[in-house]
Write a protein that binds this ligand. Structure first.
Ligand SMILES: Cc1cc2nc3c(=O)[nH]c(=O)nc-3n(C[C@H](O)[C@H](O)[C@H](O)COP(=O)(O)O)c2cc1C
Length: 220
């Protein structure tokens, strides 16, 4: 067995004390439950619970996925930010649909969200970026995300210049920086269980109920 296979096969999931989840006591809407689970993940010491997988599809329907940071989750939806000129930005312009995935292993919890994607105004994107760290601004000012880079030296120069500008000019705009909001059509909560009797609760928008939510249990 290679080191890789040895390491891979030595790993387990759901072998720690996991919280219980009773879908019957879940709220009628997914947002309060997401807020509860997120807060509990932070309290449990889950590392970086605000990072999520963002899946999009390109014009030909080919899927793509990457990690981004959660900027908010409110009545509008789940917010993240990126460059409109990046691969994901181009994919979302062509097909404004996305799926999001959170995994919080400390509690054996997963949350999945699917929905239509809208963009915030440029004022919102500006406010979102300028409420963040100097590093976030410097990173946004570098720009050219997902373009082919000719060398690491080119990046080092561009990054140093962006840091100088972010420090000297904290109000500097990053025009392609865009706030995206995923308006949930489906939100699924998964609670892992040591005996594999995982609980899955899916909320689905019910067009017949004027935008209310249907709640369904799913087989694990
Ligand atoms: C922990 C983590 C957080 C990240 N957060 C963001 C983010 O909030 N926005 C962003 O544009 N890229 C973020 N990235 C980088 C993306 O994963 C990705 O490399 C980049 O956005 C280019 O993706 P694209 O080519 O699919 O557009 C993050 C990466 C990691 C590992």
């Amino acid at each position: 067995m290679t080191d890789f296979h040895h390491a891979l096969h030595s790993l387990k999931v759901w072998d720690t004390e996991l919280p219980s989840f009773d879908p019957a006591s879940a709220p009628p809407e997914p947002l309060p439950l997401f807020h509860d689970w997120f807060t509990a993940a932070v309290a449990a010491g889950q590392t970086e619970p605000h990072t999520l997988s963002l899946a999009t599809a390109d014009e030909d329907g080919r899927p793509d996925v990457r990690t981004v940071m959660l900027h908010d989750a409110d009545a509008r939806g789940w917010h993240f930010a990126s460059h409109s000129t990046s691969a994901k930005g181009r994919q979302l312009a062509a097909r404004p649909e996305a799926a999001l995935g959170f995994y919080w292993p400390f509690q054996g919890r997963q949350v999945r969200i699917r929905g239509h994607v809208t963009t915030g105004t440029s004022e919102e994107a500006y406010a979102d970026l300028h409420a963040r760290t100097t590093g976030a601004l410097a990173s946004a000012l570098v720009g050219r995300q997902s373009e082919v880079l000719d060398s690491s030296d080119t990046l080092a120069e561009a990054s140093a210049a962006a840091w100088r500008r972010a420090e000297a000019e904290p109000d500097a705009p990053a025009p392609s920086w865009t706030l995206y909001v995923v308006e949930p059509a489906e939100v699924e909560f998964f609670q892992g269980d040591g005996r594999r009797r995982h609980q899955r609760l899916r909320y689905r928008r019910d067009p017949a109920a004027g935008g209310g939510w249907l709640r369904e249990l799913l087989w694990p």
